[in-house]
Design a protein around this ligand. Sequence first.
Ligand SMILES: *[C@@H]1O[C@H](CO)[C@@H](O)[C@H](O)[C@H]1NC(C)=O
Ligand SMILES: *[C@@H]1O[C@H](CO)[C@@H](O)[C@H](O)[C@H]1NC(C)=O
Ligand SMILES: *[C@@H]1O[C@H](CO)[C@@H](O)[C@H](O)[C@H]1NC(C)=O
Ligand SMILES: *[C@@H]1O[C@H](CO)[C@@H](O)[C@H](O)[C@H]1NC(C)=O
Ligand SMILES: *[C@@H]1O[C@H](CO)[C@@H](O)[C@H](O)[C@H]1NC(C)=O
Length: 426
Amino acid sequence: MVNHPLFPLLLVWFFGAYILKSSAITDPSDVHALIQVKLAVDPSTIREGSCMATWNFSVDPCDNLFGMYFSCGIACSRDRNGAQRVTRLKLDGSGYSGTLSPAVGNLSSLQQLQIEGNTFSGSVPSSIGQLHQLVILDLSENLFTGRLPSSIFEGLRTLQILNINGNLLSGTLPITVSSIVNLVKCRLQNNQFTGYLPDLSSLKQLRLLDLSGNRFYGSLPLKFPPSLFSASFRNNLLRGGFTKQHVRALNPALVVLDVSTNRLSGPVDASLFQHPSLQQLILANNSFTMLINELSGEDMHMEKSQMVAIDMSNNRIGGLLPRMFAVMPNLSSLSLSNNAFYGQINVSYAIKALSERAGMQPLQRMMLNGNYLTGPLPSLFMKLSPENTMASLVDNCLPSCPSRLFFCQGADQKPISLCRLYNVNV
Ligand SMILES: *[C@@H]1O[C@H](CO)[C@@H](O)[C@H](O)[C@H]1NC(C)=O
Ligand SMILES: *[C@@H]1O[C@H](CO)[C@@H](O)[C@H](O)[C@H]1NC(C)=O
Ligand SMILES: *[C@@H]1O[C@H](CO)[C@@H](O)[C@H](O)[C@H]1NC(C)=O
Ligand SMILES: *[C@@H]1O[C@H](CO)[C@@H](O)[C@H](O)[C@H]1NC(C)=O
Ligand SMILES: *[C@@H]1O[C@H](CO)[C@@H](O)[C@H](O)[C@H]1NC(C)=O
């Protein structure tokens, strides 16, 4: 019977008839849609004890929540006409595989659709765009493939959380994504999306945007959503520099910005470090070459800087070590590893690392390895201790960096021939 080709139809017919016979409590179109959703899941992946295993449509879903049947997976509430409507479809991550039935778009009172952490595959049904009351859509960590149809975002005006990260979705993002005007969190990371970064500046509520681990190309955005707090463009194919124009585009509420592991190149405009609210800035693993428009420490007004962590490692940034990092009051982690900084290390770095001054956080992580820095080391460096500071000066141009100094790690400095390319006095 179960293997009979008409089995799904018979099942729908049988349970449909049953529900008509009993006085249905749940809206019949919701029941029909739930039956379709279950039928689209490979029955062998509906494990005993999982939510869906308890979905027995010979009883009314909303009338039997938390009992032997429908013990989890859905929530209901009564609508204006007194009918019970399914408002939440939230599956456990117990390994369901199969497709997401387009009938899910008929659960028209749905506010939460969450099926994350399973192995659903196939395309994301465009009927999701009919869910005009949806607040949370979480399809993350599944195996969905294909493009997102543009209609999918058109009706989602109430959506606040969109998590479709960790799938195999590809193609460009539909521009209708900018019509989800109430969106607060948008996680699209770790897919295969491509194209230019979308203009999301119309999303006035957006606080979190993660586009990392895709194939977006073009330059950094010239428009940002006004409320954006955290933005990650990490691990894409972005090119171009971090110009004054790009710095000006950053919204003043931004706290976390990660553009690491792209193909960004050329100069970074130092006004970036004067951003009024940025705390974490990650520029690592690009091909940036220098900082420009850097003013002297005093003139940069670093006393207002909120920066806590800066990572510019693995670039090609040359020049003297910038003084501004040593006077950022809250900076506690700085990585300038594997660049082309040269010249002497200013004593202000040691002063910052040793700071006990109120309002001046000590630099707890100071990674300067893999540059062309020369000696002599300011004597204050001898006061650094491995208990308080994580530091490395390995692979520079110091005349000696004895292994008894923890930040030398007993490792080699660069050969003199290489050092002379950057430093006249070696
Ligand atoms: C579904 O519920 C009916 C009525 O309680 C019961 O007879 C039937 O065995 C149940 N089916 C499954 C698969 O548990
Ligand atoms: C959605 O409901 C309508 C009306 O009941 C029905 O005609 C349609 O087939 C349903 N869609 C799906 C995908 O089941
Ligand atoms: C940069 O790339 C290296 C090597 O691939 C990796 O180990 C490191 O975590 C990356 N750094 C950042 C900040 O992404
Ligand atoms: C630095 O950190 C402290 C404590 O976390 C915080 O109160 C302060 O606003 C931050 N910013 C500056 C500029 O001191
Ligand atoms: C360290 O920086 C200060 C302030 O910019 C400067 O006056 C001083 O000469 C620098 N010291 C060295 C050794 O470069």
